[in-house]
Design a protein around this ligand. Structure first.
Ligand code: AMP
Ligand code: MG
Length: 331
């Protein structure tokens, strides 16, 4: 049944209070974080979390991340050893609030539906005044996957949320464009050496500076993290093709869409078909990537050649997302 989705603004204290009130009633509210907009629900309420899976059309085997104010709020949600908690605390000290989700064995208070039946739970303290204020009001952890229909690009603006979840959730708290633009780094602290499950803005080198050795490999044929198995980030009706320089040059006179660096576009000259200029450093690239995918959906082209960024470590998180947006198998 369609719901009227309230438009709230994160600059207004009464709208923050309204978002929290709706969450306390077990409703779903999209809220801005520094990574992407999250579809928040009371993370300790089975019914509220179930509604998240329904609204997103999210596969039941894809666990949710719990969002908390700080490490003090995270610790009771884990059933971990003193040593594991000490590493978690050191990471939190360095990177929280921020785009790092930490996986440890879940405490029994965490509902099974949150962890998709796994015995572990991912937790992070997000940065951003709006989400921190909502968390302060609520006093419970928020389960918050990206606020999009499952499989679509993650939302970095309130309008993106409206596009796929309007009429399906109670409210959207508009906080403008998110700064980081891609989802959090996920690290698992249960094995002998911490394991990187999903790359993000906190790089493997950042993590190593706190924990020493971090592994990023996994047994062949196994997805690193449950959610990585699923179709992700794909713009509707767009055949997105990863292209090298030569392919872009060949397609330049064609009617296909092209997304490439400013440098290459200037070199190749003017063209008529839609062309997206992509930033040439990883942070700014990540910040606009999903927004570019959403604009492609309205551009009139059905095929877009996307210039592959460099394959270096600093581009790891961006390359992960764009490979999957192009429908290629997770690397
Ligand atoms: P998102 O869809 O951005 O909210 O991210 C959720 C992702 O975090 C999942 O798809 C998994 O890849 C990862 N994740 C969440 N919980 C766990 C967990 N307990 N163990 C491993 N990965 C997890
Ligand atoms: Mg998602």
């Amino acid at each position: 049944m369609p719901t009227k989705t309230e438009s709230l603004n994160s600059d207004r204290p009464k709208d923050i209070a309204r978002a929290a009130a709706l969450l306390k009633q077990g409703k779903l509210v999209a809220i801005p974080t520094e990574t992407v907009y999250g579809l928040a629900a009371n993370g300790l309420s089975v019914d509220a979390v179930e509604a998240v899976f329904t609204a997103k059309g999210r596969p039941a085997d894809n666990p949710l991340i719990l969002h908390v104010t700080s490490i003090d709020a995270a610790i009771p949600l884990w059933a971990a050893t003193t040593q594991q908690l000490a590493i978690a605390a050191a990471l939190a000290e360095a990177f929280w609030p921020g785009p790092l989700s930490i996986v440890l064995k879940a405490a029994s208070s965490v509902p099974n539906i949150v962890t998709a039946g796994l015995d572990s739970v991912a937790i992070r303290a997000p940065a951003g005044e709006a989400v921190q204020s909502v968390l302060q009001h609520c006093q419970f952890p928020l389960a918050a996957p990206s606020a999009n229909l499952s499989g679509r690009p993650s939302p970095t603006r309130a309008g993106h949320v409206e596009r796929t979840l309007g009429g399906r959730i109670a409210a959207i708290l508009d906080g403008g464009q998110t700064t980081i633009g891609i989802e959090s780094t996920v690290i698992d602290l249960r094995s002998e050496h911490p394991q990187l499950l999903r790359p993000g803005a906190i790089s493997i080198d950042d993590l190593r500076s706190i924990t020493g050795k971090v592994t990023a490999t996994r047994p062949p044929g196994k997805a690193a993290s449950p959610g990585l198995r699923h179709r992700h980030y794909q713009p509707v009706d767009i055949n997105l093709k990863l292209a090298n320089r030569e392919m872009i040059e060949t397609q330049w006179p064609s009617a296909a869409g092209i997304a490439c660096s400013q440098h290459l576009a200037l070199e190749l000259g003017e063209r008529r078909a839609p062309t997206w200029i992509m930033p040439d450093t990883p942070g700014p690239y990540a910040a606009v990537f999903y927004d570019r995918l959403y604009t492609m959906e309205h551009s009139g082209v059905t095929e877009v050649y996307l210039q592959r960024p460099p394959q270096t470590g600093e581009w790891r998180a961006v390359n992960d997302r764009l490979t999957r947006a192009a429908g290629a198998a997770p690397q």
